[in-house]
Design a protein around this ligand. Structure first.
Ligand SMILES: NCCC[C@H](NC(=O)CCC(=O)O)C(=O)O
Length: 447
């Protein structure tokens, strides 16, 4: 019997403190929506609806739990004392920026949770996971330990899964996980080409780098991940992001390029040395041709790509073998992007369908459909070893919607973050969630 290989999307469940605090310099949406009122409940439901839509398309869909916020543990490390309520009140009053950062629900963007290399690519045949250290933004640098614990609880069997500690917490090894990592392969069971995209060289300031906005991922971090995962140089490619697009708001490569199997869909301005690098990808991919679908600036400007997240789409292979693009409704609302997608599916490429999803609550913080998911290619045996309680079914979908209705606020303004009840609400919700998803104790308040 031939075994089935699938790519599972593990979507981040939006946490109860989802808000717009304007924390991400270099991320245009985060800054332009700063201090707007959010809806944690609709954010979580939009996310769940996307998961359900992929499940209904016949995909295997997983759920990745959010993190404990506000992070009182981080505040204690920074010298705030007393009981939890006092710690929060003092921080909110004395250091509002730090306080807002420890309230962020940013773990919802699970493309930044980790880098994952499937067993077909690694030297020991195991699926490797390294949580991203996310050093460039304080609010995100609070995520890796808990991300690691949640991933270990979902992928627990050491026979199939290997977990690494996140890279040293330092800008030299700034690592943003799968958002800067693309895997191409002829089919999910075959060894693929792993493409690492980085923004700058940490140890060589003579190399190109953006001048306005930060480059979050370094070359040295990407190389460390490839070493940890036991990847071969023969099937690994490192590409530098074009610094000029980082300076226009492309803070992660998945804002300007997306790949799946034999397709790389990218903007003309995405990379440096594009021609040479595409040649290297094709050569390492092997004899079968890669579909390089390049979008010209004359078709879609970088500005429109950043506003609509045309490339932060999910490119998925349906059970039929055809590919579909899962795009945010912002793409539908922009004429040039909508026209582009309408004609793309009529062309002679594997991409045959577009599905639009409303993830506006996430988009307002700069997170599109692709930011919300972590991809893990698995064979049958590996999939059977995954904690089954995190795989979406109709029952789990309904259960999680009820859970959101019970615990989440409909509206949350930045000023509400200082409400002492929010911590209790959030912990009560997460405690129940760890039971629903059978995660065991993964949160600091449970340890
Ligand atoms: N891959 C998408 C990540 C989006 C994320 N936004 C944020 O953290 C915004 C949070 C805020 O501003 O409240 C980021 O920039 O890392």
């Amino acid at each position: 019997m031939s075994s089935r290989h699938v790519e599972v999307n593990f979507d981040g469940l939006v946490g109860p403190t989802h808000n717009y605090a304007g924390l991400s310099y270099g991320n245009v949406a985060s800054l332009s929506n700063a201090k707007a009122t959010s809806s944690p409940r609709s954010a979580a439901k939009q996310g769940l609806a996307k998961m359900k839509a992929l499940h209904d398309l016949g995909m295997v869909q997983g759920v990745l739990a959010p993190q404990e916020r506000p992070d009182t543990h981080a505040l204690r490390r920074l010298g705030f004392t007393g009981n939890d309520g006092e710690v929060l009140a003092k921080a909110a009053q004395q250091a509002p920026e730090i306080f807002q950062a420890v309230c962020s629900a940013s773990s919802m963007w699970t493309a930044n949770a980790a880098t994952v290399s499937p067993g077909a690519d690694t030297a020991n045949g195991k699926v490797h996971f390294t949580p991203a250290n996310l050093t460039n933004k304080f609010h995100r640098s609070l995520e890796p330990q808990t991300s690691g614990r949640i991933l270990q609880s979902m992928f627990a069997n050491p026979r199939y899964f290997e977990h690494h500690t996140h890279l040293p917490d330092n800008e030299h090894f700034g690592d943003e996980g799968a958002a800067n990592h693309t895997r191409l392969c002829s089919s999910y069971d075959k060894a693929g080409v792993e493409i690492f995209t980085f923004g700058r060289y940490a140890f060589d300031s003579s190399k190109p780098a953006p001048s306005r906005y930060p480059a979050r991922q370094t070359y040295e971090a990407s190389q460390a991940i490839a070493r940890l995962h036991g990847l071969s140089d023969e099937t690994t490619v490192y590409i530098q992001q074009n610094p000029a697009v980082i300076d226009q708001g492309v803070f992660h490569n998945d804002v300007i390029a997306v790949g799946n199997q034999n397709v790389l869909f990218y903007h003309e301005q995405a990379f440096l040395d594009t021609e040479k690098k595409l040649h290297e990808i094709q050569q390492k991919f092997g004899s079968e041709p890669v579909y390089f679908i390049e979008v010209k600036t004359s078709e879609v400007s970088v500005e429109d790509a950043v506003q609509t997240y045309l490339f932060n789409t999910q490119l998925i292979t349906l059970p039929s073998g055809k590919m579909a693009i899962i795009a945010p409704t912002e793409c539908q609302e922009n004429d040039s992007v909508a026209d582009y997608l309408a004609q793309l599916v009529t062309r002679d490429t594997p991409i045959q369908q577009v599905h639009y999803m409303d993830v506006k609550q996430s988009m307002r913080n700069g997170g599109g459909p692709a930011c919300l998911r972590l991809r893990v290619a698995l064979n049958d045996t590996e999939l059977a070893a995954v904690n089954p309680a995190v795989i979406l079914t109709d029952t789990l979908f309904n259960r999680l919607n009820q859970w959101v209705d019970k615990h989440y606020r409909d509206e949350l303004a930045v000023a509400d973050l200082a409400d002492p009840n929010l911590l209790d609400e959030s912990r009560t919700a997460l405690d129940e969630l760890t039971q629903i998803l059978k995660l065991g104790s993964v949160y600091p308040f449970q340890l």
